[in-house]
Design a binder for this molecule. Structure first.
Ligand code: ATP
Ligand code: SF4
Ligand code: MG
Length: 393
């Protein structure tokens, strides 16, 4: 590691600075409900989100992505570590300062069906944050709601309609409008397109990218799908079992992955051309429990190039391996030789990830379709849904 460098040090000015962040969830048992174990959901994570960038956070289910996102907004309290927002330590803020800062930090949830109150018209759902922030004048609230509806590509007269009258893609636009109406600086988008039909995913991603430029936003973009993250992120952090194992610019991560786990994730993305096949790497074993994670390198129980005893005994430092490129692997510089020795590369297989292939296809076709055609398709879907009973989806 170069002298003085930390994973939080970067070229751009950090908007969010995360240092040694830890979250252990206690598991209680017995009559006295004593803590009998802890889920090590996030375990000593350090990174920056620079002003104006999209920082993608990826990893398998349960690796701690959502917990990290919630910690960054202080929706949950950390066990230890700090989160600075715009130079101020969020973890030490008192409730009124935190309330003011919260209007600068918003979240978009994965499930646009579950995250909108079905009993409120969307105008009220979107305007709720404005009321909470003290915008008492009804007319002023309605104006701001109408303006944000314009920005997310929904018509103003939808304001009195209820969530069930909208398609999935439109509901995620409503979720975006709710997050953006307070004009935040920072948005945590937690799997914002995972619950949508693949044909709609690229439209919502494109909208998010446009809004980011127009409103000068900074995103933490969480996804389990590296191909979705590639589409929108400037930099990417890869998590495994509560730890960051690799972090770099998106381009460098895709061209020169250094951690064996990242190589595994990349191998699962199909080539855009269905006639070409990517060599898919096969990981053995299940994800270990975050209650009792493996010693040494947490990935050693599944790593095809693990060397013993070093990998099972010594935790690799998360360190700078090349300019702007961080990884936590004792053998990051020798992976190619070790891969050859271990026969790491499995035979090519076809159609490795149908969902990601479909996204690629949807992106290509969406790029050639005008927005109004897509909107009318959305309207069509909404009309169909509005004839369904409330909660009938
Ligand atoms: N409130 C909680 N109490 C106990 N354990 C929790 C709690 N919230 C999360 N966890 C555990 O912490 C770990 C990380 O969970 P988290 O939701 O952050 O993962 P994730 O990467 O977002 O997964 P997914 O891709 O499935 O959304 C998991 O083992 C999860 O079961
Ligand atoms: S430190 Fe060892 S076990 Fe961990 S990723 Fe590197 S080679 Fe694999
Ligand atoms: Mg999650």
């Amino acid at each position: 590691m170069s002298a003085g460098a930390t994973p939080a040090a970067g070229d751009g000015k950090p908007l969010v600075r995360v240092q040694n962040l830890v979250k252990y969830f206690p598991l209680r048992g017995g009559i006295l409900q004593r803590t009998v174990a802890e889920v090590k959901a996030v375990d000593d994570v350090t990174f920056d989100v620079r002003a104006g960038e999209v920082f993608g956070l990826v990893g398998e289910s349960g690796c701690g992505k959502t917990t990290t996102g919630r910690l960054l907004l202080r929706l949950i309290e950390p066990t230890s570590g700090t989160v600075e927002f715009d130079g101020r330590d969020l973890t030490k803020m008192k409730s009124d300062e935190l309330k003011k800062t919260r209007s600068d930090m918003q979240i978009v949830f994965q499930d646009p069906y579950a995250s909108l109150n079905p009993r409120l018209p969307i105008g009220e759902i979107i305007g709720e944050g404005l009321s909470n922030m003290g915008v008492r004048d009804r007319h002023q609230r309605e104006e701001r709601v109408a303006a944000i509806l314009d920005k997310v590509g929904l018509r103003r007269y939808y304001i009195n309609r209820y969530p069930h009258e909208f398609s999935g893609g439109q509901r995620q636009r409503i979720g975006l409008a709710r997050a953006l109406v307070l004009e935040p600086k920072f948005v945590v988008a937690d799997e914002p397109v995972s619950a949508l039909d693949v044909s709609i995913q690229s439209q919502v991603l494109n909208l998010m990218a446009d809004l980011k430029d127009e409103l000068q936003l900074t995103y933490l973009f969480i996804s389990h799908n590296l191909s979705v993250v590639e589409h929108i992120s400037d930099r990417v952090g890869v998590m495994y079992l509560g730890k960051l194992v690799e972090m770099s610019s998106t381009e460098d991560l895709f061209k020169n992955p250094k951690h064996p786990y990242t190589k595994f994730l990349l191998s699962a993305i199909p080539k855009p051309d269905p006639r070409q096949h990517r060599q898919r790497l096969i990981l053995s074993g299940d994800v270990p429990s975050p209650i009792n994670p493996p010693t040494g390198c947490r990935f050693h129980t599944r790593c095809p190039i693990a060397q013993f005893p070093i990998c099972s005994e010594q935790q690799p430092a998360f360190e700078l391996k090349s300019t702007g490129h961080w990884a936590a692997c004792h053998f990051a510089e020798q992976t190619k030789e070790l891969e050859k020795e271990s026969g790491f590369v499995a035979p090519a297989i076809e159609a490795v990830d149908e969902e990601a292939a479909a996204i690629g296809q949807a992106e290509r076709s969406a790029a050639s379709e005008p927005e109004d055609v897509l909107e009318s398709e959305l309207d069509e879907e909404a009309r169909r849904r509005s004839s369904e009973p409330l909660g009938g989806e």
